[in-house]
Ligand binder design. Sequence first.
Ligand SMILES: *Cc1c(COP(=O)(O)O)cnc(C)c1O
Length: 423
Amino acid sequence: MTLPEMTVFSELESNVRGYCRSWPTVFDTASGSWLRDETGREYLDFFAGAGALNYGHNHPVLKTALLDYIARDGITHGLDMSTTAKRELLETLRDKLLRPRGLDYKVQFPGPTGANAVEAALKLARKVTGRTEILNFTNAFHGMTLGALSVTGNAAKRAGAGVPLQHATSMPFDGYLSGAEDESFEWMERVLDDTSSGLDSPAAVIVETVQGEGGVNLAGVEWLRKLSALCSAREILLIVDDVQMGCGRTGPFFSFEIAGITPDIVTLSKSIGGYGLPMALVLFKPELDVWAPGEHNGTFRGNNPAFVTATAALNHFWSDDSLEIATLAKGERIERALAGMIADNEGLSARGRGLVQGVVFDDASLASKVCAAAFQRGLLVETAGPEDEVVKLLPPLTISDADLDHGLEVLAASMDVVCGGGC
Ligand SMILES: *Cc1c(COP(=O)(O)O)cnc(C)c1O
């Protein structure tokens, strides 16, 4: 049955709509970790805009910066013109993010989506190396445009392209073969070094340190180090797609920091704007900056209100390591709770890093049912993985311990009702 207040969505909005089907209500306002629908019902957010709302909804510090900027008629749309807001962002990126981490990167403003940042990264890698092939990983997700889809795993999403997706070869992600780190890695090493493997020398490898959409699959620290060494030994560029796992999701600002590696190219989007405003960045080593002016163009590269909230977020959350420490502590809090939930269930396991955590169901159909039951109880949480077999927990990093515990209780109750004591 369609409620009258829902009809325009089902009648007018394209079938392509997705999340609104899992969460059939009309959301109206939100603050912090909570959304409210039109009836005033509240929902705790364990989804955080798929990672675009790491600092929660409408954070007061970011909101004030945005309102002040709008009130003084600050530039809203700026193409890639130099603006005050952009200068402040670049200086803050340099002083708060890059220099303290010893990272020497140039900053590119692509179009404001993660997919566009990935397109730019792939183009740049090809231009720098003069090679066409890219290595990606099983279960990877890099976005829905053609280049980004060509390095994405999911068959249904790939099929949407309607044209052959070329010039990319999928390699086994950490643990893909038997759960053993070395086997997946040995395959990649072997085919790269065997001139008869049929693999053309690649321009770049693109990797997520934790595959979010792919099912919360973790690349181990050692695996990442070996991947980085393998790339630099063969002059293959290493692209870390930190669109979802960056901006503190796994603890440190950049998800690759735990491995002590320095990727050649890094993509950021989702939470970099801080407030959920569209923005993306491509960071790369200075010697890779072979772009001609305007070679990767776009009308909305200068979303100045997002620059303002991005700057405010960097200053507010990343002037010290308190957010990183809090994120790791909250991640452990979730891990302890999940360990309890899966303890007596053969068909369940859990994995994650920082504030991206997943519950994996052997019976894939149960995961969606748990999410539906959670929605009924006022919790937004989504599935991930090739069969949607993983319930993926992605709360705002700013969530309180009390809200976190509440959400975990709702999740446990939802699992109980779906699994009836055994999943
Ligand atoms: C979401 C995501 C993208 C795509 O970002 P869009 O803004 O949806 O285009 C790319 N890479 C990763 C890892 C993502 O999670």
